[in-house]
Design a protein around this ligand. Structure first.
Ligand code: ARG
Length: 491
């Protein structure tokens, strides 16, 4: 039984014995942890119906429970709050019982089918520091919900279908015009070997997006290429498959280093087949409307304090957008029985998700019984308090960030004279685990929505509130076992 339900039971009984309705006995976690651990506010609520001063009601209840062994301090404060501090003996017993339970006393809930959408890297592009928090928080949300008993699927939801794909195709065409993929008359077969490596793609990606900013002809070509890709031009599809395959391999490597695993490697492209029918249905149903050649869904509501702009469903050139595939993805997930979708994505995308959820409700794609939640995350900041940048002003690559933490972890291991007698492979794995723990703990000790400063020295320390401390200084299975063996305890 949880502490809260035990305490509530005690106070319900006391209220009843003192002559009040037992429902006033509800105990909550204290809002003033500096004063007490728990509190009961029932006396305040009982004052009016019983026409008695709340402090005197509280006093009656307190006198009935104050000698109970579970409680150390029970006092009446302010207008009639009851402040509660547990006795050490009771707390100790409770913890013993928790430890004896493989589920640590956490009850199972009735299971719902949940998709956690987190990660969100874009293919052909280097992952950067902005991908760190969704990975860490999303993985934790997934594991916690699973532990509670839900049926949870983690989906990486790759950015793999938008305009950057058109930019890359055109950039590559200019560099390697003779490749069969660009021959509009060809319909394959195409080589199985990828024509480019992921490093090469990552190198030309920024070049292509710069050209897109500067060169209007390139803009037209890239737009046209993405529409043709989405419509199924065989050469572009085959080329895109290569982009996809080499990118996913590289992305997996990064997530592995962080112990982050996905059940689904879906992406924007997964729902391609759903886009046309969905758009046609929304048009026919009068949900979507035309506006300057584009298709939109009006999602404004009367009591919006700030204007909520319409949800853009299709651009005027017919290209599907990030928004389009997100809406079709909701439809797809629900068609597979999903009851709750949680998006762990940067809080700066809040407006997008607000519009998306409204569009999903308005269109009937998600009925009220389906939960849609944007669990937005804050940013990782540099010492200047702004989102982390490299010295050159670019976004720090996630790979490099992990490298740095692993290097620092290695130094820490040496400073502390730890893990010296292991093989190189084992040491590499220990270093990786220490770095992953540093990053995860450093991240999760902050509230999800707040930003934090990336402090490699603090995160990797073996003392203080850190991941390495938990691995080593806290309960440490291998060390404790060795210790017990030296004093000859049977294990
Ligand atoms: N690829 C997106 C980006 O780079 C993030 C995707 C988040 N997930 C989603 N279902 N929208 O911003």
């Amino acid at each position: 039984m949880s502490l809260l339900s035990t305490l509530t039971g005690i106070f319900e009984e006391a209220f009843e014995e003192a002559g009040f309705d037992r429902d006033y006995g509800i105990v909550e976690i204290s809002q003033r942890p500096d004063l007490s651990q728990f509190q009961c506010n029932g006396a305040l609520a009982a004052a009016k119906p019983y026409k008695k001063p709340p402090r005197s009601i509280a006093q009656d209840v307190v006198s009935l429970v104050e000698s109970r062994p579970e409680l150390d301090v029970v006092t009446v404060e302010g207008p009639g709050f009851i402040n509660i501090v547990l006795s050490d003996a009771f707390l100790g017993n409770h913890i013993d019982r928790m430890i004896a339970d493989p589920r640590l006393g956490v009850p199972r809930v009735s299971s719902r089918k949940v998709v956690v959408d987190y990660g969100g890297p874009n293919i052909a592009k280097e992952m950067h520091v902005g991908h760190l928090r969704p990975a860490i928080i999303g993985e934790s949300v997934k594991r916690l919900l699973r532990f509670l008993g839900h049926d949870v699927i983690g989906d990486v939801h790759l950015g793999d279908w938008g305009l950057p794909m058109g930019q890359l195709i055109c950039e590559l065409e200019d560099r390697m015009p003779d490749l069969l993929y660009f021959d509009s008359a060809s319909s394959g077969p195409y080589p199985a070997e990828p024509p480019v490596t992921v490093e090469y793609l990552q190198e030309i990606y920024p070049v292509a997006s710069r050209r897109f900013q500067e060169d209007s002809r390139f803009v037209d070509r890239a737009r046209c290429a993405v529409v043709e890709l989405q419509e199924g031009r065989p050469g572009y599809r085959a080329l895109w498959q290569h982009f996809h395959r080499v990118s996913v391999e590289a992305i997996k490597e990064v997530y592995n280093r962080l112990d982050v695993e996905f059940d689904l490697w879906n992406g924007e492209s997964t729902v391609n087949q759903r886009l046309d029918p969905m758009v046609a249905r929304l048009l026919a149903g009068g949900i979507a409307e035309e506006s300057d050649g584009a298709l939109i869904i009006d999602v404004a509501e009367l009591d919006d304090p700030k204007d909520v702009p319409p949800f853009l469903l299709l651009k005027s050139d017919g290209a599907a957008l990030y928004t389009t595939s997100d809406l079709a993805t909701i439809e797809d997930r629900i068609s597979r029985g999903t009851e709750v979708i949680i998006y762990v994505v940067d809080v700066r995308q809040s407006l997008h998700f607000e519009q998306l959820f409204r569009a999903a409700r308005r269109s009937g794609i998600a009925l009220e019984d389906v939960g849609l939640e944007h669990a937005g995350n804050g940013t990782v900041n540099g010492p200047d308090g702004k989102p982390f940048k490299t010295r050159e002003g670019g976004l720090l690559r996630l790979r490099e960030l992990i490298d740095r933490v692993e290097e620092r972890a290695e130094e820490r291991l040496q400073e502390n004279d730890l893990a010296q007698n292991y093989s190189d492979d084992e040491r590499a794995e220990i270093r990786r685990a220490v770095a992953a723990a540093s990053l995860k703990f450093g991240d999760l000790q902050n509230h999800r929505t707040s930003n934090y400063v990336f402090d490699i020295d603090r995160f990797t320390a073996f003392e203080g509130k850190t991941g390495p401390y938990l691995l080593y200084g806290g309960p440490n299975y291998s060390r404790d076992r060795a210790l017990l063996r030296t004093v000859d305890v049977d294990l």
